[in-house]
Structure formats: C-alpha cells, structure tokens
Design a binder for this molecule. Structure first.
Ligand code: LLP
Length: 402
C-alpha cells in the first residue's frame, strides 16, 4: 500500500480501505459457520460507504441496519430485502412503515411498546410484519461500558421473561409473525464465555417456545466479535461459531450474525499529515491535520490506534501526544506513545480505522470531512469525495430580518 502516493493524489486527512482484506474477513467468518444455514448481515453502521456495503453484498452478505437511512443504503447498494434486518432501540412510525413496505427479512423489536406499534402499523397496511425480539440475557460482556449492551441496566432489548409473554402475544396477532430471536451483548468482545452463556440462555428460550408451537427460524447472535487494536487476545471465528453451534442442539434454525468491526476495522487506515511539532515544559506534541471530528474513537473511548510515521517506522522514538487542530483538549489521536522526530508534511498512518471511523465523523469546527479511497487489488478508487466548504453549508439558510 503506497500511502505516500495516495496522500499526494487525494490529500489528507484521508481514509483508505483495503477491500481485499474485507473479503478475507468475510470469508473467514462465513466459513466458520459452514455446514449450517447462516446469514452474515454486515452491520453497516461500522462503515456505511455505499461501495463498502456493495462489496459485502456482492460476497453474499446481508445488512444489519439501525435506521431507515441505513435500510435505504443497503437497498441502494443492491442488497436484497430478504437479507436486510432492521434493529435499534427506538424506531419511528415512518421508519417501521417503510421497513414493512420494503418487505425486509425481519424487524428486531426492542420493547413491548415498539412491538405494538409494529403491529398497529402492519394492520393499517393490511400486512403481517415479520419480527424478531431482542432479548437481553443479562450477561456482562466484559467490554468498554459504552459498548456493553447485554446487562439489564442497559437500554437494549427485553428480559427473557418478558420475551416469552411478547412471543405469545405476537403468535396470536394477525399482523405479527415472530420468525426470529436476537441478542447482542456488546461490541469489541474478546472473551468467549459471555457469548456462550448468552447463546445458551437464548437457545433455551427458543426450545421453550417450540413447546408451545412458536417456531423460531432465525437465531440472530448479533455482532461484537473483537479485533486486535494492540495486543489483545481475540476470539477465533471458528471457536466463536463452535461455541454458538454447541448451544443449538435439536434446533433447526438459520444462524444470523451481524458483524461490523470484525469485517472492516483492520482493513482501514486513517492518513494524516504532520503540521508542527511543539514542546511544552512537560510534553512533546505532534500536531496533525486530522482531528477528533475525523476520528473520534481515541477521544470518546480512549481507544488505542497504532500510529506510525511513514518512512520512519523503524526509527527510535520518544514519548509524544498526537493531537489534532480542533479546539478541545480532548482532541487527540494518541497519548503518550513513542514516535520518532517528525517534520512538517510527514505522514502518519493511523491503523485499525476501518470501523467506526468515517461514520462517526462530523463537521465540528466547520471542518470538511475526509475523502475515502478503496484499494481493490492495490488499485485505488475514490469512493467518497472530500467535502468542500460549500457542502458543509449547503443546507443552511441565511437569516434575513424582514
Ligand atoms: N448488531 C447490533 C445490534 C449492534 O448494536 C452492533 C453495534 C453490531 C451488531 C455490530 O457490532 P460490531 O460487530 O461492530 O462490534 N462506536 C463504537 C462501537 C459501537 C457499536 C454499536 N453497536 C466503537 O467505535 O467502538
């Protein structure tokens, strides 16, 4: 990967994605479930660029969506409705209506209130909505609290007891068809045990439902498979799949999995240029042209992303904070890492930036968002133009006093 020439051609800050890596990750996970009916529904929130979604669609992937905007993106990228799932804790009426009309695989309901809204809207449309319930197995996923979702203190899903009641209700309804069950206990999971425990609990519920003739066809295990940012030990796809499969004996279900980060994180790079070096009494700073508005993970979660200076990867370094130009002390890409001495226009490569990078960017400080480039067999293709000042203000109207 020649980041130098990419930076020259497309400017910085810049996101670069290795599409070949995306494909390898997809196939690794898909193969782990081989021999069983399975659907990988890429969680497009992780990186929703149309070309990225299309790439996964062409590999056979479905899409896990959390807004009607994401459902539209998935459809626009060519993903078939019967491979699209609509999740999320708070869906609006218009979103539910459009999802039912689009005839997607199922809507994941997350509360009694939402289930009843789906029923009412389906009734108005004279349709039967395929649904799944997100159950909260009350298991500690042992990940960052902001991305842990499987405890009863989190806002997601319904308890196992409530789920039983709601499945019975849905089963009796003329406008609901309960086809699936769903759980997702958190993101960046690096321990197998909580996944295994949750899967056991949810599979038991499916067996209990079968006894009362509620036949669940889709067993949706959510996403969350963690990746290496630093030296974490991660879960192998094969072990992940085996753990889930071990809980499903006697059940004839299609396994649905919603990976985001696993597919894209380590195939993405954020390239930013050094503007200045500066020293205070106590600290050395490298000031770069990419900031928290472009890549917020370090500021928001204190997340670690490996950073290298292009062409100086093996040079000796000293301790430094890598900071952006945004007017916040929280604007940093790394704190207290070792980097060699840099000069104006050196390029920094920020690794593992393919997931929750560009998608969480903003125009804070009226900064135009970066361009995105795909590498396919090492050939670059621009998949999102760099924003201009005009793009940023396009929807604003000048206030004129009458
Ligand atoms: N399914 C559901 C219902 C989810 O809520 C999520 C992620 C996924 C699948 C995909 O999870 P993944 O495989 O990517 O772990 N912005 C945070 C991550 C937030 C994840 C939200 N939900 C970060 O940068 O770490």
């Amino acid at each position: 990967m020649n980041f130098g020439s990419l930076a020259k051609e497309y400017g910085t800050p810049l996101y670069v994605y290795n599409f070949n890596y995306f494909k390898e990750q997809y196939e690794k996970l898909k193969n782990a479930f081989s021999g069983r009916k399975s659907l990988l529904a890429y969680a497009i929130k992780a990186n929703s660029n149309l070309s990225v979604v299309k790439h996964f669609g062409e590999l056979g992937s479905g899409a896990d969506c959390v807004s009607i905007g994401e459902v539209r993106r998935a459809l626009k990228a060519g993903i078939k409705p019967y491979k699209i799932i609509f999740s999320g804790v708070g869906k609006r009426d218009d979103e539910i209506k459009e999802a039912i009309e689009s005839d997607i695989l199922f809507i994941n309901a997350e509360s009694e209130g939402e289930l009843k809204r789906i029923e009412a809207i389906a009734k108005e449309l004279g349709k039967e909505a395929r649904i799944s319930l997100r159950v909260n197995p009350n298991i500690d996923a042992k990940t960052h609290p902001y991305i842990s979702t499987g405890l009863s203190e989190n806002k997601f899903g319904v308890s196992i007891d409530e789920a039983k009641k709601l499945y019975l209700y849905a089963h009796k309804s003329n406008n609901l068809n309960p086809v699936g069950i769903h759980f997702h206990i958190g993101s960046q999971l690096t321990k197998l045990e909580p996944i295994l425990e949750s899967s056991k609990i949810v599979a038991d519920l499916v067996r209990n439902l079968a006894k009362i003739n509620i036949d669940i066809k889709f067993f949706d295990v959510g996403g969350g498979l963690g990746v290496k940012y630093n030296n974490e030990s991660t879960i192998e796809p094969y072990d992940y799949a085996q753990a889930i499969l071990s809980t499903l004996s006697g059940l004839d279900v299609t396994i649905v999995c919603e990976p985001g980060r696993f597919l894209v994180a380590n195939g993405g790079y954020f390239i930013t240029k050094v503007l200045y070096e500066k020293k205070s009494d106590s600290k050395r700073f490298v000031i770069v042209d990419g900031g928290m508005n472009d890549l917020i993970r370090p500021s928001l979660y204190n997340a670690y992303h490996k950073i290298e200076v292009l062409g100086k990867e093996r040079d000796a370094g000293s301790v430094v904070d890598v900071v952006g130009p945004v007017c916040e002390s929280g604007d940093f890409l790394a704190k207290n890492i070792e980097l060699p001495q840099t000069i104006h226009n050196d390029l920094l490569v920020v690794h593992s930036s393919g997931a929750y990078g560009f998608v969480m960017s903003s125009n804070y400080n009226t900064r135009a968002r970066p361009a995105e480039v795909a590498l396919i067999d090492d050939k670059p293709k621009l998949i999102r133009k760099r924003e201009s000042f005009e793009d940023i203000i396009a929807l604003e109207e000048e206030f004129i006093q009458e």
